[in-house]
Design a protein around this ligand. Sequence first.
Ligand SMILES: Nc1ncnc2c1ncn2[C@@H]1O[C@H](COP(=O)(O)OP(=O)(O)O)[C@@H](O)[C@H]1O
Ligand SMILES: [Mg+2]
Length: 278
Amino acid sequence: MKELDEQSDPSVVLAIASQKGGVGKTTTALNLGYALARRGWRTLVADADPQGAIGLSLRRKGPPGPGWVDCLQKGLKVKEVALRTRLAEFDILTFGGDSSAQLWKPVEGLFESSALRSFFDEAKQHYDVIVVDTAGGTYGPTLAVLRECDSVLFPLQAEPLALRSVTQILDVIGVLRREGSHISIAGFLLTMLSPDDPTSMSVAQECWKLLPSELILNANVPRDHAFLRASVHGVPVSLLSRRPPRVSAVFDLISHEIERRIGLVRMEEPDEPIPLLD
Ligand SMILES: Nc1ncnc2c1ncn2[C@@H]1O[C@H](COP(=O)(O)OP(=O)(O)O)[C@@H](O)[C@H]1O
Ligand SMILES: [Mg+2]
């Protein structure tokens, strides 16, 4: 967990990563980012996945527009490129460039350490937290992001062999730290947990038993059709309907836990009750 000290930069870059695809990274990035913004943190969700999952489903009309690649390649400013949302604290930065799968190779080199460092420095002037959605695996842009981020959250799908990927990812983080990265582990988040499925539950039990409590979040993400529907519409689950589905509360719990784990603290404001009546 991140050490707190008065002098340190209070903004945090939190990567969402995993060895595998399809474990709930994009779902976590979007829903956690939205929940953090609702708690008042100026939040940017930035898409480092060349397949551009967030950007693809998000825009309802018009051309894709510039994104992260264009900031790195053409020096565009993050605040000019990021998409505003209905929530003042919540912006989204798509992958940008030409994110069609065949054409992303040439931009991979853009995600290198010094360019990313200056990008994050600039973004930290505007946002309290930058949640970075990554592509599965630990190479290319994902590895570069891991090297330069402050913290990483690993969604862990509750399915057999989940624990095997824990060892692999911890090894990668160990290597990065030995090479000088300051990355710290925010934790593992169990996703797609099915309480009615004995296999899913036994995997979860195993994770809770074997992983130290500082490595695994108390909250988890149940398997729920609402997440699938929300991803089709490119919205966080709490915006799926006027009366949000029950599972939307899950990311309120997760964001609360994550704040503490990544050292997101409010320096300036006294933490006092807000008067109910003006
Ligand atoms: N908790 C969940 N319950 C049901 N479906 C989910 C859940 N989390 C993610 N999904 C769905 O599973 C698919 C993969 O999730 P996604 O977040 O895109 O994973 P990743 O980014 O790791 O590839 C998506 O179609 C998504 O809507
Ligand atoms: Mg994804």
